[in-house]
Every structure is written in structure tokens, then in C-alpha cells.
Design a protein around this ligand. Structure first.
Ligand SMILES: Nc1ncnc2c1ncn2[C@@H]1O[C@H](COP(=O)(O)OP(=O)(O)OP(=O)(O)O)[C@@H](O)[C@H]1O
Ligand SMILES: [Mg+2]
Length: 326
């Protein structure tokens, strides 16, 4: 793995944002800069990190980890579910099929956990015993494994607002999505989660929960879009220490964004109001965890591209260099 000193040095050279012209209409999400032209969408994953539905700053090489890891999973799960990936065009960019996103996030959960105001554990701790239409038993403990994985859909909230967890019945009744589309999407989410759990288990990791986004291709097929089984969309815990830590009442060892979430939670921040800034040691610690997650999941270290990301992207995306600016 890249040395800690090199990560500190790279703090000033992260990929914060792109402004390319001539490659399609730009949609700037919290983490990705998306360029859509015709039936293609180029998704540039930047180094921005978001948590609590806010952008907190950048983490070195995070965009490369997410891009490579999503592509790795998309290749390996094509037989489980169709997805939007066409090809990787840069260490930070995937060319994808432009789809119409379904207005719902499909969250699969194998454990009850979380620390944010919208998390399942927070709801349970408040005394709620129904989550997304699922009745929950009494006596559950934080980080406990559920009897079976639960599908807990969430509506996609506008920028700056929190997603809201809902049941299948509520979603269908609201008219947001048709029953057939929902059920196909749910089938894909369940199958992918099972495949992800199996792969992670074979590598000594627990796939705790994950969020899937699905969309319709121009032909009307429902496919997986966005990213899958990355440290941003999923929680991963280290299997070997889970039981011992659980019995001792400790949180499991995370290989995901929880490292950053926990930093904020320790400061007493839970997602409401302006977040405090991300200090260098947390940015570097997060980078180490993203890189470790890649290596632990895939079994091989990520081959980092340390070249200046903006000119490299411009070249790989076929942008005239003068129209690219930071
Ligand atoms: N193949 C695709 N076709 C259309 N939209 C897609 C596709 N893949 C991903 N998306 C959308 O592109 C965006 C990816 O950018 P990013 O993840 O940074 O956004 P976000 O901040 O999570 O989402 P948003 O700001 O829309 O709530 C998401 O809105 C996602 O739904
Ligand atoms: Mg997103």
C-alpha cells in the first residue's frame, strides 16, 4: 500500500471537480460529475466524500478506488443482474448506458446498525418496531445480525435533504413506481446482495448493508446503475473480529465510510447543520481505508495512477485541453 507520507503529500492534488465541455450535459452529484450525451453517460467519480447527505471534502484516490471497485463488481455480477457499464475510460471514469433512474434506492440490510438520524438502529433505539413495513422483534442490539436480510427502500431526497425510508406498499401507493418495476428491482437487489455477501465472506469480510440504484435503459430494461458494493454504497466489517467486539459491546471494525461518520459522531455531529471541516489525518485515514477495502475485497492492491487527474481525464475523455478547468 502507498506510504502514509505520500498520502499526506497528495492531499493538495485530489480531484475535486471537473468542468469539461463538449462531452455532454453536466450533472454534478455529491460525489460524481456526470456527463450525458445521447444514450451514453460518462461518470467521473471525483475524490469528494459525502456523509450525512453533505459534501465534507476530498479523500486522496477515493475516486480511483470507487471507479475500479464498481467496475470490478459490475464485471463479476453480470450473470446475476444486468448493469449500465460499457467500459472504463479512465482511472476515474466509467462510460455507461444513460438510463432513467427509478425514483427509489433499494437498500439491503443484513444487520441492524448505523449512527445517523435516518439509520435503522436510530429508528429502533427510538422505540420504533416497524421499519419499511417490516416488523422487528424486541431485544435487538446494535450491530446484531438480522434473521434474514431486509429490503428497506428509500425515496431519493433532493440535494441537502435526507432520504426517507419507506415500505413497498407506501411507494406503490404514492405512484412513485409501478408494482412490476418495483418487484423486478427488488429481485435484482436481493440477488446482488446475496452474491456480494458470498464474495465478501470468501474474503473474510461481512457485507453489512448496501444501497442499489436502478434505472431503465432506452429499451425499457431495468438495470443496475450508479455503483455497487463500494465503501460509499455499502458497509463492510472485518469478520474475524466481529463476534468478539460484538460481545464486548464495541462497534465492529469498519472498512467503509463509517470511519468518517464515526469521527463526526464522536464530535456530537449527526447530520444536522453545517458539518465541521475534515482534518488532514481523517482524510488520510479515510484514504487508507478505501485502499484497504479495495484490496481486501478484490484480493489485489489497486494500481494507483498518480498522474495529474484533470489533464489525464481530458485526454482520455477526448476533451480539448483548453475547455477543461478545475
Ligand atoms: N447510468 C445512469 N443513468 C442515469 N443516471 C445515473 C446513472 N448512473 C448513475 N446515475 C445517477 O447519477 C448520479 C451520480 O452522481 P452522485 O452519486 O454523485 O449523485 P448523488 O449526490 O448521490 O445523487 P443526487 O445528487 O442525484 O441525489 C446519481 O444521481 C445517480 O442516480
Ligand atoms: Mg450517489
Amino acid at each position: 500500500m502507498i506510504a502514509e507520507g505520500a498520502l499526506y503529500e497528495s492531499l493538495g492534488r485530489t480531484l475535486e471537480r471537473t468542468r469539461f465541455e463538449g462531452i455532454g450535459e453536466l450533472y454534478e452529484g455529491k460525489v460524481r460529475d456526470n456527463y450525458t450525451r445521447g444514450d451514453r453517460r460518462v461518470i467521473v467519480t471525483t475524490d469528494r466524500i459525502s456523509a450525512f447527505d453533505r459534501i465534507l471534502g476530498t479523500v486522496p484516490f477515493k475516486g480511483q478506488v470507487l471507479t475500479s471497485l464498481a467496475a470490478w463488481w459490475f464485471e463479476r455480477t453480470r450473470d446475476v443482474a444486468p448493469n449500465h457499464l460499457v467500459q472504463k475510460v479512465d482511472p476515474n471514469a466509467l462510460e455507461c448506458v444513460a438510463c432513467t433512474p427509478l425514483p427509489v434506492e433499494l437498500v439491503m440490510r443484513a444487520y441492524i446498525t448505523g449512527s445517523t438520524s435516518t439509520s435503522m438502529w436510530t429508528h429502533y433505539q427510538r422505540g420504533e418496531r416497524v421499519f419499511c413495513g417490516h416488523a422487528l422483534p424486541e431485544g435487538l442490539v446494535k450491530n446484531q445480525r438480522l434473521d434474514a436480510p431486509l429490503l428497506t427502500p428509500a425515496t431519493k431526497a433532493p440535494l441537502g435533504q435526507h432520504d426517507v425510508s419507506v415500505s413497498r406498499e407506501q411507494l406503490v401507493a404514492s405512484g412513485a413506481i409501478g408494482e412490476a418495476d418495483f418487484d423486478r428491482a427488488a429481485e435484482i437487489a436481493r440477488a446482488l446482495f446475496a452474491a456480494g455477501q458470498a464474495q465478501c465472506a470468501s474474503r473474510g469480510l461481512i457485507l453489512v448493508d448496501t444501497k442499489y440504484e436502478l434505472g431503465k435503459t432506452p429499451e425499457g430494461e431495468i438495470v443496475v446503475i450508479d455503483e455497487i458494493h463500494t465503501p460509499d454504497s455499502s458497509r463492510f466489517w472485518v469478520e474475524s473480529t466481529y463476534a468478539e467486539r460484538f460481545d464486548a459491546g464495541l462497534d465492529p471494525e469498519p472498512l467503509d465510510k463509517d470511519f468518517v461518520r464515526r469521527y463526526y459522531t464522536a464530535l456530537g455531529y449527526r447530520g444536522d447543520g453545517e458539518p465541521p471541516p475534515l482534518p488532514p489525518e481523517v482524510r488520510v485515514g479515510a484514504a487508507q481505508r478505501y485502499l484497504e477495502a479495495f484490496e481486501r475485497i478484490t484480493g489485489a492492491p489497486l494500481e494507483l495512477d498518480v498522474s495529474d487527474p484533470l489533464p489525464r481525464l481530458a485526454k482520455n475523455l477526448g476533451v480539448t485541453s483548453t475547455s477543461a478547468s478545475a
